[in-house]
Structures are given as structure tokens and as C-alpha cells.
Design a protein around this ligand. Sequence first.
Ligand code: GDD
Ligand code: MG
Length: 326
Amino acid sequence: MTLQALVLVGGKGTRLQPLTSEIPKPILTLVDRPFMRYMIEWLGSHGVDEVVLACGFLPDQLQGVLGDGGEDGPRLRYLVEPEPLGTAGAIKFAAPYLADRFFALNGDVLTDLDLTALWEFHEERQARVSLGLYPVDDPSNFGLVDLNQDGSVRDFHEKPDPGHVGSGLVSAGAYVIDREALDLVPEDRKVSIEHEVFPLLVGDGLYGLRLDGYWKDIGTPERYLEATWDIIENRVETAADVDGRGVYVSPEAQVSSRATIGPRTVIADGCKVGDGARISDSVLLEGCRVGEDAVITDSILAPGVSVASGVAVGELVIGKNGHVDA
Ligand code: GDD
Ligand code: MG
């Protein structure tokens, strides 16, 4: 049997702009590889052999970077909706390519949660949809879930008002779905699985299981940086080539021996950093140029950004090919 995972990657990545204005979020580099690689590797480690990427926009750039998979990991397949159909609409659109039971994932989380346990739980409960759950302090940006004793969902509340803490368990954006449940999704319009489908399934086959491990939605600059530190400081299990000391400098970068790098810094392929520059708590994506004695703190530089000599950059997110001049 082919084990499939449908990954939703159609969002615009608005909250990560300007980083994502020219680079789709799934292929934005996180430490040493495109973000989506981590998801594919994680899915592969749970036995997934085909990943279907549900793209809301032209997948050429995505496919160019991620390829068709298959050598050591899952095969990759790309589907494009005619227009963004929402989280449920996108899954329904992919249904002709999906097996009777499959994983579905939001495409913007860095995680090592135990999907195999979720699959087993789903089968034991004979659920229609099972949600992987994760505890957070502030559920207001997520789908808040209350459970009954047997793991069935008592209440699903997307983006609850701040202060409405409930169980503190939120949907991790990782589901096991029986394709038959997609009958509930109306066709030919945008449909949100969180707003329109999960509430309908409450009391009718929707289950949730708290999963342990690491989980983070990387959809904002703050969380993108947190995920970066978590990888380079070894708080999440990934295949990234890091030594746990909190600094990653690509072997393809040219950094002056008279520059000071770190703590907590990533310097990607093709960057050049001049004498006396100081970079801390920051990420420099591919091909950035940093002049002599420039100081960069708490910032994210998209590919191709140049920072002139002697300039100080602090708490900034700079879009592709931007210039910071003296
Ligand atoms: N193909 C496709 N088409 N994908 C879409 C569409 C669409 O129309 N709309 C959104 N997506 C993708 C996004 O790219 C993202 O990977 C995923 O669906 C979820 O959308 P987000 O916009 O990131 O939602 P969110 O972070 O506010 O909330 C969701 O994730 C939380 C966990 O991170 C919800 O599922 C919450 O319930 C959940 O707690
Ligand atoms: Mg998200």
C-alpha cells in the first residue's frame, strides 16, 4: 500500500513578507535547506512514500527546487488549484489522487511529532478525521480543541478570542483523514476545513490526540527565527548539518576571519562578509553582501541583500536584493 501525505502549500505567506514576496514560503531556506525538505524528511521517517503538494499558485519554482523526490525519500507530486480553494477545498481538489486514508498537513510547521502514533490512534478509534494536537500558551492564532475522555473532539474553535485558553491544546495542522469525510466539503467554492468542516464533524467522527515532541508554525518572522535557533541549538531533531553550537556558516560562504559571527547566526550559501563585521541573532540568506565593520543584529536578510560598510542594521526583515546604504 502506498502511504500518502497531502501537504497544503497554497497560502501566500503574507505574515513572512517581505521574505516571501518573491520566494514561496515552502522553499524559503531554513538553516541549510528549503523549509519543505524538513517536512518531506519527517514524513518519510513515518513511512510516507508519496507527498502530494497542494499548490495554490504556479508550482514551477517549487518543483524546480524540490524536484520529484523518490531516491531516498517520498515521491513528490504537484497539484495546482485553478484558484485558491481554501484548506478543505484544496484537499477535496486532490481527492482523485488520494487513497481511502491519508495524512494531510499544513505546509508551514517544523515538527518531529509522532505521525505513526496518530495513524494508529485513528485506526483504533475508527475515526473519520484525527487531529494531532499540541499544547501552547496562547491558542488565539490556532484551532483550539477540547477533548472528551475517549479522545473524541468536544469543541473545535478556530482562532479563539485572546483569553479563551480552554485546554490549551491546539490543532497542530497534522491530520489523518478518511477520504469519505470529504463528502462534507461543498464543491466549486473556497472552503476552510477549520471553519466549515471540523465543526461539522464534532460528535461525528472527529478525534484528537496530543502528541509530544517539537512543533512550531514558522509563519511569522519571530517564529521563523525561533525555529532557526531551535535547529542550530539542537532542540529539534532534523537532518540539518549543525553542530549544536548555535552558529551555522555555509561552506559556500566567504566570511572574513576578522568578522565576528554569533551568537545565534546563520549565513547561507554565497554570502560574503567583510573584515570587522559583526553579526548576531540574525539570518543571512543566499548571496548577501556585508561590508567592513557593518553590524547586524536580530535581523533576517532575504537572498541578495547588501549592507554597506559601517552600517548598523537591527531588528529588520529585508526583502530580496535590498540595499542598506550608509
Ligand atoms: N493549496 C492551498 N490552497 N493551501 C492553502 C490554502 C488554499 O487555498 N489556504 C491556506 N493554505 C495552506 C497554507 O499555505 C498553510 O500551509 C496551511 O494551508 C494553513 O494555512 P495558514 O494560513 O498557515 O493557517 P494558520 O496558521 O492561520 O492556522 C492553521 O494552522 C494552525 C497550526 O499551525 C489552522 O489549521 C489552525 O487550526 C492550526 O492550529
Ligand atoms: Mg500557518
